[in-house]
Write a protein that binds this ligand. Structure first.
Ligand code: NAD
Length: 446
């Protein structure tokens, strides 16, 4: 099939590459010339394990191309997947500006095509509030008039950055919202190679498909805020969240996924999708009290951890002139995405108290250089810790899980670790003379 991806970010690029890999002819469109230039050279602008290899193979086979040219991208496509960003605005409402722009661009190319052709399917793959896909339809229809045929669909994406290729190629489920059987069948054909193991394709109405995505992300965010709230209670009452977690998660009704205490969720999805549910609740007159609490618990979690750091130094004023070394800047491991990363919140709070902040991350440092230039970036983890008053672990990259503690002790000015991901055993750190703070467990002090 001839497909066009609108936007070559984490979703558009992975989707385009994976659809090309099953034999489709895919054009990826973006408005960012620097991205298209890199992509055309076979270079991925994002870090995603396995992506570059798959991209190179499909470019070489002639099935995958990149362009800035909207007419070329939209004219021949049978299905157009809108994969642009839907960030929160300053009120926490969803900014649909990129979606609207994409709809307008599509409409202006459709008007040049004339009536007698096969209807294109315009698919919203971005995460959008309920009603946005039909808004896209109305917006395009107003420009092209009644004669030019097209249909719309919603196809929310569930990939996880860091595992995106695997998630796309073997999805737990595919969800599609359609307005006709014909479009449902097109989706079945398109996704059939991805569900060979029997995972389901759910074809439903458009509003329900839009809502599945929010319900899923809000549920996952709720689990994270829940375990963090329990972790805080554990700390207050002398319990150990790791033991509590084991005891609780062995109940099959509860399970263990997404129940890890830490610094709370970040990234480009959970924070904004929780806010979008709050927005939808407020606009409908049925406030989503749980989503609001989940969001507030998540914001508070970062601040509580920062207060732990400040408390060690006698309060926020005691941080002035201190140096903190941050291990991990991405919002989670295996990605270079720093959107809403807890590390950046901690860094900003420390900098506002006149501390110095150094950071190391295996892949996210280029993005941090652009977005948070006040963080001094050091390209090796022990060098980052050298001379620092404390080490702060904010992302659970594998390489931080079993460090050389002797080397770390030598590098740090004082042997203090704030572990926002509970990576280490308290007893071991205590024996080695570290002061060790984590989440939901009593601190260890020599
Ligand atoms: P992104 O910011 O990484 O990429 C968006 C891209 O769209 C950018 O390259 C931008 O230049 C381009 N763009 C903007 N307007 C355009 C236009 N008019 N024409 C062509 N290109 C345009 O975003 P993302 O992380 O890929 O997320 C996209 C959507 O998918 C969001 O709604 C998000 O919530 C959803 N989503 C994201 C993930 C994830 O893990 N990142 C997972 C599932 C769903």
């Amino acid at each position: 099939m001839k497909l066009t991806m609108v936007g070559t970010g984490y979703v558009g690029l992975v989707t385009g590459v994976c659809f090309a890999n099953t034999g489709n002819e895919v054009v990826c469109l973006d408005v960012d010339p620097a991205k298209i230039e890199r992509l055309s050279r076979g270079e991925s602008p994002i870090y995603e394990p396995g992506l570059t290899e798959l991209m190179e193979r499909n470019i070489a086979a002639g099935r995958l191309t990149f362009t800035l040219d909207k007419t070329r991208a939209y004219r021949d496509a049978e299905m157009i997947f809108i994969c642009v960003g839907t960030p929160s605005d300053e009120r926490g409402h969803t900014n649909l500006g990129y979606i609207q722009q994409a709809a307008d661009d599509i409409a202006s190319v459709l008007t040049t095509l004339g009536p007698g052709q096969k209807p294109k399917v315009i698919v919203v793959k971005s995460t959008v509030p309920v009603g946005a896909t039909l808004m896209v339809k109305d917006r395009i229809r107003k420009v092209v008039g009644p004669e030019i045929p097209f249909e719309v669909a919603d196809n929310p994406e569930f990939l996880k950055e860091g595992d995106a290729i695997n998630d796309f190629n073997r999805p737990d489920r595919v969800v599609v919202g359609v307005e006709s059987e014909r479009v449902g069948e097109l989706f079945r054909d398109l996704y059939e190679p991805f569900v060979r193991q029997g995972n389901p394709i759910f074809i439903m109405d458009v509003p329900s498909a839009e809502m599945v995505k929010y319900a899923s992300n809000n549920f996952l965010a709720t689990k994270i805020s829940f375990i963090n709230e329990m972790a805080n209670l554990c700390e207050a009452y002398g319990a150990n969240i790791n033991r509590v977690r084991e005891g609780m998660c062995s109940d099959r009704r509860i399970g263990s996924h997404f129940l890890y205490p830490g610094l709370g969720y970040g990234g480009s999805c959970f924070p904004k999708d929780t806010l979008a549910c709050i927005m939808m609740g407020d606009l409908s007159g049925l406030p989503t009290q749980l989503s609001r609490a989940v969001h507030e618990v998540n914001q508070r979690q970062r601040e509580l951890f920062f207060q732990k750091i400040a408390g060690h130094f006698g309060g926020e004023r005691g941080l002035a002139g201190r140096t903190l070394a941050l291990w991990g800047l991405a919002f989670k491991p295996r990605t270079d995405d720093i959107r809403e990363a807890p590390a950046l919140t901690l860094a900003a709070r420390a900098l506002s108290c006149s501390a110095k902040v150094r950071g190391y991350d295996p892949v996210a440092m280029d993005n941090v250089r652009k977005e948070a230039p006040d963080i001094e970036l050091i390209d090796e983890m022990y060098a980052c810790a050298r001379g620092a008053d404390a080490l702060v672990i904010s992302t659970d990259w594998d390489e931080f899980k079993s460090p050389d503690f002797g080397r770390l002790a030598e590098a740090l000015k004082s042997k203090v670790i704030f572990d926002g991901r509970n990576l280490y055993q308290r007893s071991k750190l205590g024996e080695m003379g570290f002061t060790y703070y984590s989440v939901g467990r009593a601190p260890v002090k020599p």
